[in-house]
Write a protein that binds this ligand. Structure first.
Ligand SMILES: *[C@@H]1O[C@H](CO)[C@@H](O)[C@H](O)[C@H]1NC(C)=O
Ligand SMILES: *[C@@H]1O[C@H](CO)[C@@H](O)[C@H](O)[C@H]1NC(C)=O
Ligand SMILES: *[C@@H]1O[C@H](CO)[C@@H](O)[C@H](O)[C@H]1NC(C)=O
Ligand SMILES: *[C@@H]1O[C@H](CO)[C@@H](O)[C@H](O)[C@H]1NC(C)=O
Ligand SMILES: *[C@@H]1O[C@H](CO)[C@@H](O)[C@H](O)[C@H]1NC(C)=O
Ligand SMILES: *[C@@H]1O[C@H](CO)[C@@H](O)[C@H](O)[C@H]1NC(C)=O
Length: 468
């Protein structure tokens, strides 16, 4: 094992592990300082923008930031108190050697960025590619065309970087406390009911890992600045696509449910997409905001074989549609630590007997039960959430975890942010009668080949499907 692999373990083991290690004197001091904060960090009087600007390792990102006054102003605002996820140069790709004529390529790339009205709404841009396009500007002689390009790029960069900013200062110990956070990016197309898009945080202690949106690693935590904190990430964050697009991107896990959704014409309940209208007018169709409990392909495969044939046959289409509708909570986004009801302005978690027992380790930090209406009329889901602080017999950062249950079944992974809501993964298809077998929680059950909840389906499902 290489020493740098050991650093994380040491951080967790802390003082107990240290004295027994004979090679300690060779241990990089920088690593120690970072791990334990033995030496209080000198108070930093530069802003986030200034810290990044002075650091050669972020020059490519800074060049992109420089193109957007809005982002520069926010990151350089001495009165701000924010969090910024910064990608160092190493996290940004280099231009692939091109095959054809270089100039042609510039034109081609730029065509996708043509400064049309409303372009900043389209968040399907990867920061890495945007930085490449900023760098290419250097090869273009000054002209009005270049100014247009700069302006268009600046607007898109502003939107994408807004997703890298949290409007409050959260060092890594604060960041692991909750599961999702609002970013500085709010879309003006109705997505998320005009609430900011969110990102999710995953942390483990062994190995000590802090991840954003399950794929982006924080590689250096807690760089202080006068107006906030910088966390360095290995690759850019990507503002999330719609619920449907997210599932569609992972056919290994979701091919059954996405094909079922399309088959029964429910795409509009979980997708959100733009259509060109007249006079360059752009409009959007689909669900602006929804929560979806997404059954994995495994959930479908564990249904009794005969039921699966039925659901995916022409005779079962109506049943399939009703079952899928039961998994959609419309007009509402529920993350385990955040609820937004688009049809009413109430913080209703607080009204529903939320228990707060912060000081007692055996009790949850918060717990609540909710009844969620679904797209299927008169059929609701019962959700139970409890957040705990783990008692780990080791020094180091606190660990938190959430128990999230829907109709008696454990949910996970959960709190996956989408452009238009929240996605939670389940490994059982939910029974619309709200039934579930109690023995479900027993370990080992999930590996059984048939989902026992559905064994008696022939006795009720075909008839139920025909009712209105
Ligand atoms: C960004 O802009 C600042 C202020 O104009 C300038 O000092 C700095 O060199 C620029 N950095 C890059 C990488 O373009
Ligand atoms: C976590 O979420 C709770 C409930 O929404 C909130 O009161 C608390 O301030 C949040 N903590 C952080 C560190 O944002
Ligand atoms: C972005 O952050 C700034 C500073 O905290 C705040 O004034 C602004 O309202 C935020 N915008 C969004 C869309 O969150
Ligand atoms: C959302 O608000 C509407 C209107 O007040 C209400 O009927 C509905 O029950 C709310 N949803 C939940 C899950 O509380
Ligand atoms: C939620 O419901 C469960 C099962 O009925 C119950 O044990 C638990 O105490 C409830 N939690 C809250 C916070 O009401
Ligand atoms: C839902 O329940 C209400 C009240 O019981 C009833 O009037 C209505 O017909 C039901 N809707 C469906 C689709 O079953």
């Amino acid at each position: 094992m290489r020493i740098h692999n050991l650093v994380p373990i040491l951080c967790v083991g802390g003082a107990y592990a240290l004295p027994t290690l004979s090679w300690l004197p060779q241990f990089p001091v920088e690593g120690l300082v970072r791990c334990w904060g033995i030496f209080a960090p000198l108070s930093e009087d530069r802003t986030i923008y200034q810290v990044l600007k002075d650091d050669e390792r972020y020059s490519r990102l800074v060049k992109a930031i420089n193109l957007s006054d809005g982002v520069t102003d926010l990151l350089d605002d001495p009165a701000a108190s924010i969090t910024f996820f910064a990608v160092p140069n190493t996290g940004i790709p280099h231009r692939q050697p091109s095959h054809g004529d270089d100039d042609d390529n510039h034109q081609l790339d730029f065509a996708s960025l043509a400064p049309k009205h409303g372009d900043e709404r389209d968040i399907a841009y990867d920061l890495g590619r945007l930085v490449l396009q900023v760098e290419e500007l250097d090869n273009i002689p000054e002209s009005r065309d270049k100014d247009h390009r700069k302006e268009a790029l600046g607007r898109i960069i502003r939107a994408i970087l807004a997703y890298h900013i949290l409007p409050e200062k959260l060092d890594s110990t604060a960041l692991v406390q909750n599961s999702t956070y609002a970013t500085n990016l709010t879309l003006n197309d109705g997505s998320m009911d005009y609430q900011p898009l969110r990102l999710s945080v995953q942390s483990t202690i062994v190995p000590p890992r802090l991840r954003i949106n399950t794929v982006v690693d924080v590689i250096k935590r807690d760089t202080e600045a006068s107006n906030g904190v910088i966390h360095s990430i290995n690759i850019p964050l990507l503002p999330p696509p719609s619920l449907f697009s997210e599932m569609f991107a992972f056919p290994e896990v979701f091919s059954y449910v996405t094909s079922a959704i399309q088959r029964v014409g429910l795409t509009g309940a979980v997708d959100y997409w733009r259509i060109p209208g007249k006079d360059c007018h752009i409009s959007f169709v689909g669900a602006e905001i929804a929560t979806f409990f997404a059954p994995t392909s495994g959930a479908f495969q564990r249904l009794p074989k005969k039921l699966r044939f039925f659901l995916f046959s022409p005779f079962g289409a109506k049943a399939l549609r009703k079952l899928l509708e039961y998994h959609v909570v419309p007009q509402l986004v529920l993350h385990t630590d955040y609820v937004h009801n688009a049809t009413s302005y109430t913080a209703f978690i607080d009204d529903q007997e939320a228990g707060v027992f912060v000081d007692s380790p055996s009790n949850p930090l918060y717990a609540y039960n909710l009844t969620l209406p679904t797209l299927l009329e008169n059929h609701s889901l019962n959700v139970q959430v409890a957040r705990y602080k783990a008692k780990i017999p080791l020094p180091g950062p606190a660990r938190y975890f959430t128990r999230f249950v829907v109709n008696g079944h454990d949910v996970g992974p959960y709190d996956i942010p989408a452009r238009n809501g929240a996605l939670h993964v389940i490994t059982n298809l939910l029974d619309p009668r709200g039934h579930h077998k109690e023995n479900h929680k027993h370990r080992g059950h999930e590996h059984e080949s048939v989902d026992v909840d559905w064994e008696d389906w022939e006795e009720w499902l075909p008839q139920w499907a025909m009712q209105d």
